[in-house]
Design a protein around this ligand. Structure first.
Ligand code: IMP
Length: 180
């Protein structure tokens, strides 16, 4: 089994790039079907979701748009309990069918805050497409994603866009922290 050292910690390969591609394809197929008569606005949460968003958006066969936002809620491997919009959304959300593209929903705090923001801004509908979901860690039920690449246990992972203190995003597979 392949392993990597990132910021002095050992991570073991957990999900291969091939398996990830299969998950993303399934998510795209569901969205293409569910939004067949709509023109959804995809919002990619930077930085973590950029790889998932890129692979997913390439497989969207709808008249869709994409925009990007930076939120912050995490420091190291523990949540800080804070959600901040670090960049403004330069799109009118009034009446839009929004699909948020997230790397991982853990406690759900980030998505809970962002969903509330989008609804207050006039979005017609808001759904979350998340590459990963940790159901056992969820504390905000409204943040449970409709579209999930993969459900995982409450362990710290990195790769495929996800980081450990900004390192490891470039790994094409998903890795899990050893002994976690
Ligand atoms: P939540 O607000 O607790 O759902 O946390 C969501 C955010 O925490 C994600 O967008 C990630 O940036 C970060 N996060 C949660 N779990 C992990 C992990 O296992 N690895 C890397 N980042 C994570």
């Amino acid at each position: 089994m392949a392993s990597v050292e990132v910021n002095g910690r050992i991570f073991d390969e957990y999900v291969s790039a091939h398996e990830i591609a299969e998950c993303v394809k399934k998510v795209a197929e569901r969205i293409n079907k569910d939004y067949a008569d709509k023109e959804p606005l995809f919002i990619c949460i930077l930085n973590g979701a950029f790889m998932f968003a890129s692979d997913l958006f390439k497989q969207i066969e709808l008249s869709a748009e994409i925009t990007f936002v930076r939120l912050k809620s995490y420091e190291g491997t523990k949540t800080t309990g804070d959600v901040k919009l670090l960049s403004p959304l330069a799109v009118n959300l009034e009446g839009r069918d929004v699909i948020v593209m997230e790397d991982i929903v853990d406690t759900g705090l980030t998505m809970h805050g962002f969903i509330t923001y989008l609804k207050n801004a006039g979005a017609n509908s808001v759904e979350v497409a998340s590459f990963l979901f940790k159901p056992e860690a969820l504390q905000y039920p409204d943040a449970a994603p409709k579209y999930i690449g993969m459900e995982i246990p409450t362990k710290f992972v990195l790769g495929y866009g996800l980081d450990y203190d900004e390192k490891g995003r470039n790994l094409p597979s998903l890795y899990v922290l050893r002994g976690n």
